[in-house]
Design a protein around this ligand. Sequence first.
Ligand SMILES: C[S@@+](CC[C@H](N)C(=O)[O-])C[C@H]1O[C@@H](n2cnc3c(N)ncnc32)[C@H](O)[C@@H]1O
Length: 220
Amino acid sequence: MLGTGGGLRVVDVGGGTGGFAVPLARAGHDVTVIDASPDALAALSRRAAEAGVAQRVHPVQGDADGIADVVEPASADLVLCHSVLEVVDAPADVAAAVATTLRPGGAASVLVANRAAAVLARAAAGQFDLAVAALQDERGRTGERDTLRRRYDADSVTALLAKAGLTVEEIHGVRVVADLVPGGVAEREQEALVAFELEAASRQPYRDIASQLHLLARRS
Ligand SMILES: C[S@@+](CC[C@H](N)C(=O)[O-])C[C@H]1O[C@@H](n2cnc3c(N)ncnc32)[C@H](O)[C@@H]1O
């Protein structure tokens, strides 16, 4: 199904200030962004206007599990759900709403925080108590002060999406080592770091220690 301008019909759940929505609109796609934050949506509107794509970006204030109130079920070609499943009240409801929004054969792009990365990052920083907490906690949290409500691994997020009726086709690691490499090295060796990341992203076990896991899933 095509959007009004001939591009894909995209829904960005928890799309925030449009870091993904605006480039997609610039590429010719029609993007509805549903987000709980009015401030984020205001920034999104400004950004879309500055990029000259305001007519292809539709900001809507709403809850991630209420997509059906905003977008016709089974109508989207692509639903983005990036860095959202780790902060919402009911991730299973959000995953179900993503699946309901997709047309049969449509794709979901899901990005989640990876528990293994949180453990390794805390340990590498010498915060061993936080690393142990993240290992032991059922949800991979480092404690009460953790800003995320949960983290995932490849199996747990695959199971969550499968339960919603989404079949995972690909999993990539995002920032396998980029967050661990000292800033100066990352800057100096940027090209080589990117080459490494691209090579490692789909290979296990490297994929499984990346800061985020990116899943491409499809509604059958
Ligand atoms: C970490 S940001 C991610 C933004 C964007 N998806 C990205 O990857 O750059 C999480 C976003 O989810 C939104 N959010 C959190 N809970 C939500 C909910 N229940 N319904 C809709 N949006 C929500 C926040 O307002 C925020 O913009």
